[in-house]
Design a protein around this ligand. Structure first.
Ligand code: SF4
Length: 233
């Protein structure tokens, strides 16, 4: 099959699945992904919680769970990653940027995240993810429509034209209450920062606690117009 044929087939597959699976339970969506793509399917996780990784491991034991280590994570996030790798039936793969933080500081100056967060995210998140995803035809995320207005239209399955992959958000329709119930019932690992005022956990320099009444992602790049890192834009 040529690259063009593969692209056309995958895009058509994603479009059809987006229609067929819109109302399907998360496990059924992930079962479809596992059956369709096998080892060319992965879950990406920010290690805020391991809900999607847990769901995926139930239908695809040993599934690849891709984590981006930007070099700026809270220790609690790295600890969650290590705990997931130790206790869950998944294969955690850690992606790292081409440059260490020290190398980036030397080239671009210190605290690039304060001066040019778009460039910092491009170098430390977007580029490594794009390189890491070359191994796969489909990737799953933990995006949910109720997280913020910018995510209100998140499709369950869609064509990620930028990366030429099928993008799957099996819990797009879940509410925070659904997540809390699943975590409690299944004993899923979560980042301790979730219980410490951080309902959304990103890199330490760009994440603050959220105030009462604010949406879950309002603590990310607070004080700037930036709302997404570029992984989902
Ligand atoms: Fe850099 Fe902040 Fe983006 Fe992390 S979230 S990659 S520290 S700008």
């Amino acid at each position: 099959m040529t690259q063009l044929q593969q692209h056309t087939d995958l895009e058509a597959l994603a479009t059809q699945a987006g229609r067929d699976l819109e109302d399907a339970p998360a496990l059924d969506i992930l079962r479809w992904a596992a059956d369709t793509f096998g080892p060319r399917f992965c879950v990406t996780s920010s290690m805020e919680d391991a809900v999607v990784a847990h769901l995926a491991s139930r239908v695809f034991p040993g599934v690849d769970v891709v984590f981006l280590d930007t070099g700026y994570h809270f220790p609690e996030t790295i600890g969650t990653r290590d705990a997931v790798a130790a206790v869950m039936d998944v294969n955690v793969i850690t992606l790292t940027p081409r440059q260490t933080v020290a190398e980036q500081d030397a080239e671009h100056g210190p605290k690039l995240h304060d001066r040019n967060p778009d460039l910092c995210c491009a170098l430390r998140k977007v580029q490594p993810l794009e390189e890491g995803l070359k191994e796969y035809d489909a990737w799953a995320t933990g995006l949910r429509r109720d997280e913020s207005p910018t995510r209100a239209n998140t499709p369950v399955v869609s064509w990620d034209n930028k990366r030429q992959k099928v993008k799957i958000s099996p819990i797009a329709r879940w509410t925070q209450a659904d997540v809390d119930t699943y975590v409690a019932e299944q004993g899923v690992l979560t980042n301790p920062l979730l219980m410490d005022g951080y309902p959304s956990v990103g890199c330490a320099p760009c994440t603050r606690r959220v105030l009462e009444g604010e949406d879950a992602r309002s603590g990310r790049w607070a004080g700037s117009n930036k709302t997404e890192c570029g992984l989902h834009g």
